[in-house]
Design a protein around this ligand. Structure first.
Ligand code: GCO
Ligand code: MG
Length: 402
């Protein structure tokens, strides 16, 4: 059996997505997500110019060997562009493999470890009251776990208050929008938000919060401590994680659970965080961390240290990634939670899929493969629409972490 062709499909049904389609001489094809928000064409070129020519003629069932061929064979290892490209190939090959076996993908990983996948959605509001109302709406929709982000008095464009209620869109302009960040204003406000949320809704809903890398380790430790009475499910990306040792300080000072990893590409980015038990949840996901083959390595390492998974699932990860992630989540023994921001109707129409929302959970489909396809004729109607993620500066102009 051989790969006969592969191509990259760039489409923008509501937002940009990059998809790899792999075809074989047996008529079975598979697709993988390769979307890297704000850097889409870099991955498209990496695939088209460098990866696809080396795939033609290979046996698509040799997904492990192909993974290592693309990882080691490039000589230049790791990085978001390379690893998103490898992920797209890997996801497409698992899709093909499962179709050949006539099984839903989770069966090839080891079968179901659970019937349904706990998910969390994003409740956002321009101020405290609006955020409290937004959380209430998610509770009414059946959500069991909700991430709360709010506008902060004194900060004009706080992180997390994007366009759209049910989906989240931070890439808002051709060139990065400049936002201003004020750490003291934020640290004063966030505990008040969670106090109000617990007063209003009690302790049953699981509440999450994303700091989006904005704090120093000591500020993160302070915030974690001040949020302890409100028992968060997690505090996410509390400080940048390039220096994994930074989390020692945070960990030492707070029992608020820590989640990190949406920008990680490989097991090397999280090795120390996991081995020193500095985090509770690892947020690496299929598309940015080398596909199912590599995410499985990360999850297995994490399992040794009782770290659970909590994969990234913002709107900028396509339904193809979400479908593959749900097969992974349905299988992975040390599952924690899955982020789920919905897609627009236009996106859903371009990527028909068989997973479904029910009672605060997602249920994986039973279609052979990962259960997501692409309507290429429809995709062609939505040309690429360049958009960048914002940047953040401190009040004095210093470039900060967005
Ligand atoms: C999250 C993330 C996203 C990112 C986005 C960048 O937790 O969902 O922080 O909202 O900002 O995926 O493209
Ligand atoms: Mg995040």
């Amino acid at each position: 059996m051989k790969i006969t062709s592969a191509r990259v499909i760039v489409t923008s049904p509501g937002r940009n997505f990059v998809t790899l389609k792999v075809e074989t001489d047996e008529g079975v094809s598979g697709i993988g997500d390769a979307t890297l928000n704000g850097r889409e064409l870099a991955v498209a070129s990496y695939l088209t110019d460098h990866v696809i020519p080396s795939l033609i003629g290979r046996d698509p069932r040799m997904s492990e060997d192909i993974w290592h061929y693309l990882y080691r064979g490039a000589y230049w290892r790791r990085g978001p562009v390379t690893m998103s490209a490898i992920a797209a190939v890997d996801t497409a090959l698992w899709d093909i493999k499962a179709k050949l076996a006539d099984l839903p993908l989770y069966q090839l990983l080891g079968g179901k470890s659970r019937d349904r996948v706990l998910i969390y959605g994003h409740a956002n509001g321009a101020d405290l009251e609006a955020t409290v109302d937004a959380v209430g709406k998610y509770i009414d929709m059946g959500y069991k776990a909700i991430r709360a982000q709010s506008g902060v008095p004194g900060i004009e464009k706080a992180y997390g208050i994007g366009r759209g209620d049910m989906y989240y869109e931070p890439a808002d302009a051709r060139l990065p929008t400049e936002t201003v960040w004020d750490t003291p204003a934020y640290l004063n406000f966030v505990p008040k938000l969670f106090e109000k949320l617990r007063d209003t809704y009690g302790f049953e809903p699981q509440l999450l919060h994303d700091v989006h890398h904005r704090l120093t380790p000591n500020e993160a430790a302070q915030l974690g401590k001040s949020l302890e009475p409100y028992r968060l499910f997690w505090m996410e990306d509390c400080t940048p994680a390039e220096n994994q040792e930074a989390f020692r300080h945070v960990r030492r000072h707070t029992t608020t659970p820590l989640a990190v990893g949406e920008v990680f590409n490989t097991i090397w980015d999280c090795k120390q965080l996991i081995e020193e038990q500095l985090i509770d949840y690892i947020r690496a996901t299929v598309v940015h961390a080398g596909g199912i083959t590599h995410l499985r390595r990360i999850a297995d390492l994490a399992a040794l240290y009782q770290v659970r998974t909590g994969s990234h699932g913002a709107t900028d990860l396509s339904p193809v990634c979400m479908g593959a992630a749900l097969h992974f989540d349905t299988w992975v023994p040390n599952f924690g939670i899955q982020e789920y921001m919905r897609h627009t109707d236009e996106t859903d129409a371009v990527f028909p899929h068989d997973y479904r929302f029910e009672d605060g959970h997602l249920i994986v489909g039973e279609t052979p493969g990962h259960g997501v396809t692409i309507d290429e004729a429809l995709a062609a109607k939505y040309p690429y629409d360049p958009a960048s993620l914002p940047i953040a500066r401190l009040r004095d102009g210093t470039l900060w972490h967005w």
